[in-house]
Design a protein around this ligand. Structure first.
Ligand code: UDX
Length: 434
């Protein structure tokens, strides 16, 4: 089958490459000519493990190509996916749909035969209807369908998530469109992946509900961690104790510095906006967002309390800048709350990150970037483990002790064991553990 993928951001590029790996012919389109030129040269604009090899092999096999010209791609496609960005609109938190609507209009002018237009961008409930109206407006006589097909890809394991998903959700009431989507995802039938067909608005809501629920689990366990600290309990054991209950499940119960990234912060806010607009307040999601915001704002205080109440004149080594490991993405990373707060209060920050430095530099210009953990720690008064990259999971503890002015560690991801760190002579604090 032939697919056009509009937008070569995270979702578009990963989905396009994976569909081509399934054996479909995929043309990825982006308005950004320099990005397309880089892709044509085999350069991948984002860091995602395995993506470069997938793009290279499928491009070589002739199943994956790139263009800036939508007119080269759309005619003859069985499905045209819209995978453009939907950033939070400045000021009100609504998802900004201008790129989705512009893509819909342009696609509409180019459609010749029956085609399914598929929304892969995360769009608020009702957007599919708008896209349909836009296309109907430009091509009143044409047969087409607009379906919703949300993605559930995690950065860092996006290819695995696409190739082995827990489920595929498709929102459309058209049997003809369902058939096209069924054929596109047929390679997954070998793994007996459930394909859930729903109405379009339901599918649109599933994406937001899924991300908001996962964010809820995280804020829940983070609050439990605070309570554990207050009563002397261990949040990892609490998470295990509740997670073994099949109704609860053990995933997304790791307490930490608060969630970040391109999805949870943006999607929870967009869902709240939709709720507000329809007069149906979502009190739980509201609390989830508040808890996460306050958590990130309080990170600097944890550092301060380990440095006798003041970071002024102190040097803080920060290990990890990205919002999670295996990505170069800095969007809504806890580092963006923690580090400016430390710098504002007079601290010197030395930081390192295996992939995130390039993205971090313009956002955090006031700090010293180091090549590795040991360089960052050299001469620091405390080490703060912020992102659980593999490179920080097995540090040489005697060595870092010798590099610090005093052996202090704040482990915001619970990577190390408290008893071992204390035995090594460290003043050690983690999240929700005695
Ligand atoms: C998420 C969803 O998982 C994915 O399905 C969706 O399509 C996009 O958003 P992603 O943002 O890439 O994916 O990362 P994820 O692994 O979900 O982590 C998000 C944030 O939650 C990170 O900041 C992470 O550190 C944090 N997190 C996650 C926790 O603090 N605790 C956990 O137990 C899990």
């Amino acid at each position: 089958m032939r697919i056009t993928m509009v937008g070569t951001g995270y979702v578009g590029l990963v989905s396009g490459a994976c569909f081509s790996e399934f054996g479909h012919d995929v043309i990825c389109v982006d308005k950004d000519a320099s990005k397309i030129a880089r892709l044509e040269n085999g350069e991948i604009p984002i860091f995602e493990p395995g993506l470069d090899a997938l793009v290279e092999s499928n491009a070589k096999a002739g199943r994956l190509s790139f263009t800036t010209d939508l007119a080269e791609a759309v005619p003859g496609s069985d499905a045209v996916f819209i995978a453009v960005g939907t950033p939070s609109r400045r000021g009100d938190g609504h998802a900004d749909l201008q790129y989705v609507y512009a893509a819909a209009k342009e696609i509409g002018t180019l459609l010749e035969d029956y085609t399914v237009i598929v929304n892969k961008s995360t769009v608020p409930v009702g957007t599919g209807g708008e896209v349909e109206a836009i296309i109907r407006d430009v091509k009143p006589a044409l047969e087409f369908d607009v379906a919703s097909n949300p993605e559930f890809l995690r950065e860092g394991s996006a290819i695995e998530d696409f190739m082995r998903p827990d489920r595929v959700v498709v929102g459309t009431s058209s049997e003809r469109a369902r058939d096209v989507l069924r054929r596109l995802y047929r390679p997954l039938s070998l793994r007996e992946t459930p394909i859930l067909f729903t109405e379009r608005t339901t599918s649109e809501l599933i994406k937001y509900a899924a991300n908001s629920f996962l964010a809820t689990k995280i804020s829940f366990i983070n609050e439990m961690a605070d309570l554990c600290e207050a009563v002397g309990a261990n949040v990892q054991e609490v998470a295990k104790g509740i997670g073994l209950d099949g109704r609860i499940g053990s995933k997304f119960l790791h307490a930490g510095p608060g969630y970040g990234g391109s999805c949870f912060p943006k999607d929870t806010l967009a869902l709240l906006k939709t709720a507000e607009d329809t007069g149906m307040p979502l009190r739980i999601v509201n609390a989830v967002v508040d808890v996460n915001k306050m958590r990130k704002e309080a990170l600097a205080d944890r550092v301060k309390s380990m440095l006798d109440g003041s970071v002024s004149g102190k040097t803080v080594a920060v290990l990890g800048l990205t919002f999670k490991p295996n990505t170069d993405d800095m969007r809504d990373s806890p580092a963006l709350d923690l580090i400016p707060a430390l710098v504002n209060e007079g601290a010197t920050v030395r930081a390192c990150d295996p992939e995130g430095v390039e993205q971090a530099r313009p956002m955090l210009p006031e700090i010293t970037y180091c090549d590795d953990a040991y360089e960052a720690i050299d001469g620091a008064d405390i080490v703060v483990l912020l992102t659980e990259w593999n490179a920080f999971r097995a540090l040489d503890i005697p060595r870092i002790k010798s590099l610090l002015t005093a052996p202090k560690m704040l482990d915001l991801r619970n990577v190390y064991r408290a008893d071992e760190m204390r035995d090594a002579g460290f003043t050690y604090q983690s999240i929700g553990r005695p």
